[in-house]
Design a protein around this ligand. Sequence first.
Ligand code: ADP
Ligand code: MG
Length: 680
Amino acid sequence: MERLKEVKIESIKGISKTMIEHLHNHDIYTVYDLLNYFPYRYENYEVVNINRVEHNEKVTVVGQIVSEPVFYYFQRNKNRLTFSMLVNDLIIKVVAFNRDFLNNKISKQMYVTVTGKYDKIKKQIIAQKLQLKAQDDDKIVPVYSLKNLKPIHFQGIIRKALDQYGYLINDDLPLSLQNKYRLVSSLDVYKFAHFPVNNEQVRQVSRRVKYEELLKFQLKMAYLKYRDRKNFIKEPKIFDESRVKVFINNLPFTLTNDQMKVINEILHDLKQNYQMNRLLQGDVGSGKTIVAVIALYANYLSGYQGCIMAPTEILAEQHYRNLVDIFKGYGVKVELLTSSITGKSRQIILDDLINGKIDIIVGTHALISEGVNFKNLGFICIDEQHRFGVNQRKILKEKGDRPDALFLSATPIPRTLALTTFGDMDVSSIREMPKGRKPIKTYVIGSDLEQRLVSFIDKEISSGRQVYIITPLIEESEKIDLENAYNVYEKYQQYFLGKYQVGLLHGKMSNEEKDNIMHKFLNNEIQILVSTTVVEVGVNVPNASVMVIIDAHRFGLAQLHQLRGRVGRGNHQSYCILVSDYDNEKSRERLEILTQTTNGFEIAEADLRLRGPGDFFGSRQSGLPEFKMADLINDYKILEVARDDANIIVSSGELFTNPEYFALKAYIERELIDTNELFD
Ligand code: ADP
Ligand code: MG
């Protein structure tokens, strides 16, 4: 297509000055721009059988007039025409306004074509279009977004451009792929898009354009992956797999199939000669840590040091205790490094780290500070990876010589978006929960039921449990958020005065204060923890069984699901109570999803459907690609096919060696020059 991009519209034979101006106003400068200015929809005058039409559907029907047409005049110059007509085997009524000019032309027995919305109950069409003939061919009319320019003139200029420059249209897609999926050629794309004779052609345009867009997009991703692999050659890791098996068999539980699958993917990566760059996503409680631990063990067996970085001290301490416990008897030396470890103890750790006396170090951001150096860091794991910036992840990686990297995420991303946003990472998912988990019971209630909620909380605490109460965080006004949290805190203190301890946690507290409160909650010195969403990150308090979320409709579904994941971590039946005086159907529908499933992937997909990709990602992720026709949600199947094709084309090297693919290769190389910010 490159040559078409160089042909200015001025060179189209017979194009007028005003037309050029009009086209410029629509940002159309070249013949390529012109041909790719696709209709945004089509008016469909394809004749249909009236019996197969839905109520209020817009249709075009052909039939014979069976009653004398009647004109009724009202107000000054308005009139209404009515008649009955026989369509297929049905008699329907037709109403048309202001058709006075038909007065002497329309009569009983005539065949007419009527377009308009069909009211199935009244058996009536209000005609938008009425033609005094039986139209026999399908008719599809493109609708463009045009200002001050008649579609017919616009189409005229496209026709001219196609006649004059059609020979310059070449195909980026190789014939082999066109044949494989029976795709129309790119010349036909332009003919059918701008001058369709039936719906089928419109459909073929969309199939072809969507596939091409998604293939190009996935090729870019695959290309980057391939390029990265070449740039990040590492020493393959060698370890005794039977020892890993023994380790797995000695665990106090059996791994789920999903966990095993991911472990095998990681062990495979360790043995390759390129760095692993893998995201592991799985619901809260799905058992991601143990997967990382097994990878750390294999890495240890290969003779390398490893580390886990977590976003908070509490979480790091939890991982540390857990690892010490699991590695008991394996001769693995595990240490902890946080910013509260200072002075002499810190120095000892730093020395041991660089001398190789420590095998695995668990820590917070403290791990990426200067002065922390390893002897031979071979594997890094970052827990709750979204809490760290790109740069922080990079610094940790650079503490080793091209270590393998595993990122853990408890925010399941719908399949589609995982394919696109993490295109240059490999993505593994754990969708299955360990056996024997009691699903959390979830209810949506109005605030009028608060008294019952209070007695429920009382009952749970008196049987030994603990309770979270979350108050909303609205970014615009931290002050109000804080007030909210305080109010709830004071209210519950009043309710349970002298009976239970209530604690408050919010974002304005120092890390020390927060940790202090969390420790008290962990030790059951506090029974009710009122908190803003700061509690979100992975702390484990297995004794907590109730999660109350106030004004739940103000949260995203994924966030609610995360919060709910704070409970249900012990053996007790757990509950999530969503308090909301929701004001519309849609928020109700959203909250109801949570009562129906506890699977984070399903929730993320439902959320995406309800909100669309823009909202789903918020302003954070503006890097989503824009397509002319493809749609990441609805065209998921095509996306998957395109991804597989792209991976084969790139990994086989054909992109670089097979002339069939040179147009695509050139396209990708051009594109990547100005989009590298997407892929850092
Ligand atoms: P998350 O994925 O949220 O990080 P964790 O790794 O903290 O979850 O696991 C939650 C709990 O489940 C831990 O106590 C862990 O020991 C336990 N666990 C992990 N895998 C299994 C399993 N296959 N069967 C039973 N319990 C498991
Ligand atoms: Mg975790």
